[in-house]
Each structure stands twice: as C-alpha cells, then as structure tokens.
Design a protein around this ligand. Structure first.
Ligand SMILES: C[S@@+](CC[C@H](N)C(=O)[O-])C[C@H]1O[C@@H](n2cnc3c(N)ncnc32)[C@H](O)[C@@H]1O
Length: 223
C-alpha cells in the first residue's frame, strides 16, 4: 500500500468516528464541485479541529480569510453561539456566491457574512468599523500575503485570541531559506513574524492526511 493510500484510509477512519459530515457539509462540497471550485477546502478532521478550537476559545467572533465554498466557514460558525458573528473574506465573487448559498442552507446566514474583494482591501474597511476583537482568526487565502494577514489579525484581536494559519508546510519548501516562490516566502515571513513578535506565542505542526503532507501554525495573542 502506498503511503498516501495509508493516509487516506486513516483519515477516513478518523472522519467516520470523530468528524462525520452531515448532509449540509456534504452538500456544501457537492455544490462547490458542481461549480468547479478547486478541491482545496479543509478536510473533515481539520474542519472538526477548527470547530473544537473555536469552542475551546469560547469564541463569539471569528474572522476567516479565504472562504472558497464556505466549508471551513460552516465548521467554524457551528461553534458560535446564536448571537455570535463570523466574517469571512473572499476575493472571488463566484466562490462567495457558492459559499453564501452553502451557508444559508446550513442555517448560518444570520451569523455569517461573506465579504467580497481582496482581503488586504477588506481588512482596513473592517478595522474602520471598530469591530469587537475577534477570538479566532483563520488565515487560509493567498499564501504570499500571510505576513500581512498575521499583522492584520494582531490588530483585530486581543489578549487570548487565537490565530491559525493553514498550509504552512508548502511541500517542505518552508524550510528552504533560498526559496523564491511567493507562497513560500510569504509563509516563511509569517512564521518568522509569529516567532519574533512580542505579542505572539506560536507553534507549527506538520500533518499528513487525505490531502497529503501539510501543516498549520497556531499563535496565541499575548497581552
Ligand atoms: C484554500 S481556499 C479557502 C478554503 C476554505 N477556507 C475551506 O477550507 O473551506 C483559499 C481561498 O482564498 C481566496 N483568496 C485568494 N486570494 C485572496 C485574497 N487576496 N483575498 C481574499 N481571498 C483570497 C481564494 O479565492 C480561495 O477561495
């Protein structure tokens, strides 16, 4: 058996017992596929992990950067109380439209708002609204801008908030100081920002699963 088949099988086993998808989550992926969105959403086990993180945080306000079809959005929003709020930023109008339908079908449209546009334009507008600090920020968009997203996350959070940066391994290239690809450079800059910033304490974990070799960084906002 190949290594990746083994990762698939184990992920399927974990998903079946720990993070089974209901009809709504399955429909969100089905409709994303039908609209030809790329298959780059988090896996069910990762979705459940985000959901648990939000619950552990007692999150009331969540910011997501990178919506795609709203799959991770649904996992995260389901951890919020009825009066909670999730704002998700998405560049593509088409992706946002698919996500908005998926979120409405999940019954989460009262607490979730998808904002269309480049996140680096949406973030200053959001900051101008003086929102309550976000308890959790999930960064999962264009990797070249990861350090800017971590910086914005810091401005929009407060002590105890959590920042999660997805896909930080970049096939292992993250460890290459000579890498020139913008996604790797952006991810390295985000990791180094987290590691050196006096208001952040973070780590990063490598993972394997049904979407291959990957990993995420997690940072807690200090005082
Ligand atoms: C990996 S996908 C998000 C997956 C989603 N979080 C999930 O797990 O279901 C990345 C998304 O970020 C969006 N994106 C890329 N560049 C962006 C930007 N500059 N601003 C906002 N969104 C962006 C893409 O259009 C895509 O939908």
């Amino acid at each position: 058996m190949s290594e990746s088949q083994l990762w698939d099988d184990v992920d399927e086993y974990f998903s079946a017992h720990l993070s089974p998808e209901d009809d709504t989550l399955q429909a969100a992926l089905r409709d994303s596929d039908a609209a030809e969105l790329p298959q780059i959403s988090v896996t069910p086990t990762q979705g459940k992990f985000l959901h648990l993180l939000a619950q552990i945080q007692g999150a009331r306000n969540i910011l997501e950067i990178g919506t795609l079809g709203g799959y991770s959005t649904i996992w995260l929003a389901r951890a919020l109380p009825a009066d909670g709020r999730l704002i998700s930023l998405e560049y593509s109008a088409k992706n946002a439209e698919v996500a908005t339908r998926n979120i409405a079908r999940a019954g989460l449209d009262r607490i979730v708002e998808v904002r269309i546009g480049p996140a680096l334009e949406s973030l200053p507008k959001l900051a101008d609204e003086n929102p309550a600090p976000f308890d959790l920020v999930f960064i999962d968009a264009d990797k070249a801008n990861n350090p800017h997203y971590v910086d914005w996350a810091l401005r929009l959070t407060s002590t105890g908030s959590l920042i999660v940066v997805d896909n930080v391994v970049r096939g292992g290239r993250v460890a290459d100081p000579d890498a020139t690809a913008p996604d790797v450079r952006g991810t390295r800059a985000a990791i180094e920002l987290i590691g050196s910033h006096p208001r952040l304490s973070g780590t990063a974990i490598q993972t394997v699963g049904s979407k291959g070799y990957d990993g995420f960084a997690l940072a807690r906002v200090l005082a």
